[in-house]
Design a protein around this ligand. Structure first.
Ligand code: GLU
Length: 353
């Protein structure tokens, strides 16, 4: 009798355990390097260290609690500091993420990444991967070896978000420091503190103790609603776009040099409202007439560039980047150029994304 009861208990416990593991969502963690995989000489080295050292399995093993959130497996896609990511790595990562989200047994993807260009990779995936599954990019400001390293909790929260059905259809995210940001408008704003990422329009939500709390949604086009699709982009380079930073006492030489190097669009990271010094205007108009798109963004981190204010964009055939910062404008311009050379059409894309 006792034996029978024990067997029944063991069986039902087994069933509960296997049901609970069946009920968990499957999340793939794609590692690319950065500080979250960084290692310093001592635990007090919070800012002096080597990025991209620790392999993905060690990152996952350091946070065993993630097994309670999801069935997690790791993939080492790259092991780099993110400032060294080129089109080749970006396109290959997008193809890898695209393949993963197409798999029926993958519910969400987390990408661990250096924070320097985290916003760029996130925005690119937001534009080219067609899915409603959560894609969550995460980094850390302190290396894994530091006192109060922020990577483990960021990773835990990123997995929680990727495994959360309530995140479906809301876009590609950056999860940092308990905040859930939309990829399109979040930016790294300080290079030393753990609250490095900010969006001028606010976070979409917050993630506390493994649970997402939502407050906003983006009205822009992303993922399934995007007209760009990684499956239609061939090769390992995007149309060349470069950024020129605006300041007083500027020379026009950088614009012409980039055009000579093959740039198909130049992002002018202008002062204020993307303003252009009067000695630069003739060069930009000349380049525009040669077929180089001139796109006015701003070096000011907040607000947005107002069309036909400061400069007559309609008359010159220039484009404004709206609220996209120069580095994000660069990516949207490159994707736009895979489809059109028409400045009006490119402007439409800048309004919609
Ligand atoms: N520069 C490195 C990178 O972007 C380290 C910075 C970081 O991850 O916070 O990968």
């Amino acid at each position: 009798m006792m034996k029978k009861t024990l067997t029944a208990l063991t069986l039902s416990l087994g069933l509960v355990l296997s049901f609970s593991s069946y009920a968990k969502n499957n999340v793939v963690v794609v590692a690319t390097g950065g500080t979250i995989a960084g290692a310093g000489a001592s635990s007090t080295n919070s800012a002096t260290y080597t990025a991209a050292k620790v392999p993905v399995d060690d990152l996952l093993n350091a946070v065993p609690q993630i097994k309670d959130l999801a069935n997690v497996r790791g993939v080492q896609a790259l092991q780099v500091a993110s400032e060294s990511i080129t089109d080749k790595e970006l396109l290959s990562l997008a193809r890898q993420v695209n393949d993963l989200v197409k798999k029926p047994d993958v519910n969400g993807v987390v990408i661990t990444h250096g924070t320097d260009t985290l916003e760029e990779t996130a925005f690119f995936l937001n534009l080219v991967v067609h899915t409603d599954k959560p894609i969550v990019l995460v980094g850390s400001m302190r290396p894994s070896t530091a006192l109060s390293a922020d990577g483990p909790l960021n990773l835990y929260s990123a997995v929680a978000l990727a495994a959360d059905d309530s995140a479906k259809g809301k876009g590609t995210f950056i999860l940092m420091n308990d905040s859930i940001f939309a990829a399109r408008d979040v930016s790294k704003t300080i290079n030393l503190h753990t609250n490095a990422f900010v969006s001028q329009w606010g976070a979409l939500g917050t993630l506390i103790e493994g649970k997402s709390y939502w407050f906003r949604q983006s009205v822009k086009r992303f993922n399934n609603r995007s007209e760009f699709n990684i499956e239609n982009i061939k090769g390992d380079a995007l149309p060349l776009v470069q950024i020129v930073y605006g300041s007083g006492n500027m020379l026009p030489d950088a614009y012409t040099a980039y055009a000579k190097a093959g740039a198909k669009a130049i992002i002018h990271a202008g002062t204020g409202n993307g303003s252009v010094a009067k000695n630069i205007v003739p060069t930009l108009n000349q380049l525009q007439q040669q077929g180089v798109q001139i796109i006015r963004s701003s070096r000011v981190p907040q607000g947005f560039v107002l069309r036909n204010a400061e400069q007559p964009d309609d008359k010159y055939g220039w484009v404004v980047a709206h609220d996209l910062n120069p580095q994000k404008a660069k990516l949207l311009a490159a994707l736009a150029l895979t489809k059109t050379k028409d400045a009006k059409e490119i402007q439409r894309m800048f309004w919609e994304y």
